[in-house]
Structures are given as C-alpha cells and as structure tokens.
Design a protein around this ligand. Structure first.
Ligand SMILES: [Zn+2]
Length: 197
C-alpha cells in the first residue's frame, strides 16, 4: 500500500458511519497498520455518529489524543496517525487526563459516572495503581528514610534513632544539624497526624 497516496485521505473522508463495534475483515484505519480494526473511536466534532476503526494499539493512541484532534481536518488526523505509526511511538501517554471525553478501547465512554456502561458490559476499566498515601505523607516517610510499608514500631524506632543522631547534644552542641532535626520531627508529626504511628 502506498501510504502517501492522496487516495487514503479521500477514502477516509467518504467513509460511511458504522454501527457495529466489530465487523470482521475491517482493517485498522491507522495508515500502514494491517491489523484488524476491531475497536471503533468517534471521529469527533462535526462527525457525530461516525467512527474510525482501529486495532487495540491505535485506538489507545487515538483515545489518548482525542481532544488533540478536535477541529482538525481528516487529512491532518491521517497525517498525524501516520507520523505516530512511523515515528513518535508510543504517543498515547500524551493528553491522558482524568475525565477527558472519549472512548475506552472496549468502545465504552470514558465519561461513565454511574458505571452504567461498565455494568452492562461486565468489563472493568483498567485500574491505575494509586500511591498508598498522600504526597505529604510519602515525603514524611522519605524524610525518615523509610518506605510506606513501615509500621508504627519501625517508625518510632527510626524516629528515636534519628533524633538521637541529629540532636545538638549528641554533636557537641553543633547547631548545624538543627535543620535536619526539625525536618525529622516534622515528618514524625505528619505520620502521627495521619494515624500511622
Ligand atoms: Zn492499527
């Protein structure tokens, strides 16, 4: 297939709306991709009800950049997809904000606050690994040289040890360690406020 052929853009422009998520034999719309286009993605503004068909990789890429394409001409979208295919892969990290309008790779809307789509299709959205605690709490663990799995006993032990080590009394009255000591005390208080000690 000649990827630079203007025919490609013309085919895209004249594409008829598709109703079915899966149609056997449909190829991925990303230029140069010969995988099955089993996943559909809305063409966007002014093309409501019309869909591209992509393979899993390319529907992910498309979804990640969904807003990016708003108001773009189809030819520009095609050019972008081609560049993405050939060059700057993976691109689906860009523009992935929570709550962004778009469609998941299983064809369901990302904007599904009541979970109706999910409930109907019995498919769970991929779960992002969340940090266990807030950034402030994580910094407090870090200040004590601990990770977030440290229990109350370990935190208390480390705290006592660090206070002893950095206390001016233990350093011949060296007050240069006071800043560090303050940081340690602050971190401990933060963990205590979070009921982790
Ligand atoms: Zn593809």
């Amino acid at each position: 297939m000649n990827l630079n052929s203007p025919l490609f853009d013309r085919i895209r422009t004249q594409r008829q709306p598709r109703e079915e998520k899966r149609e056997s034999g449909i190829k991925c719309d990303a230029p140069g991709c010969s995988a099955e286009g089993a996943y559909r993605a809305p063409m966007g503004r002014l093309r409501e009800g019309q869909y591209f068909c992509f393979c899993l990789d390319h529907v992910r890429e498309y979804n990640a950049t969904y807003n990016y394409f708003n108001g773009m001409k189809d030819a520009d979208v095609a050019r972008y997809m081609k560049d993405a295919t050939v060059g700057h892969r993976p691109t689906w990290a860009m523009g992935t904000r929570r709550g962004q309008a778009g469609f998941r790779e299983d064809g369901g809307p990302t904007d599904d606050p009541l979970g109706m789509y999910r409930a109907r299709h019995h498919r769970r959205a991929p779960e992002k690994k969340q940090p266990r605690y807030s950034p402030v709490t994580m910094r407090a663990f870090e200040a004590l040289g601990l990770d977030e799995t440290a229990g109350p006993e370990a935190i208390r032990t480390r705290y006592k040890e660090l206070v002893k080590r950095h206390h001016p009394d233990a350093n011949g009255g060296d007050r240069s360690r006071e800043e560090k000591l303050r940081e340690i005390i602050h971190a401990y208080k933060t963990l205590r406020a979070a009921r982790l000690v």
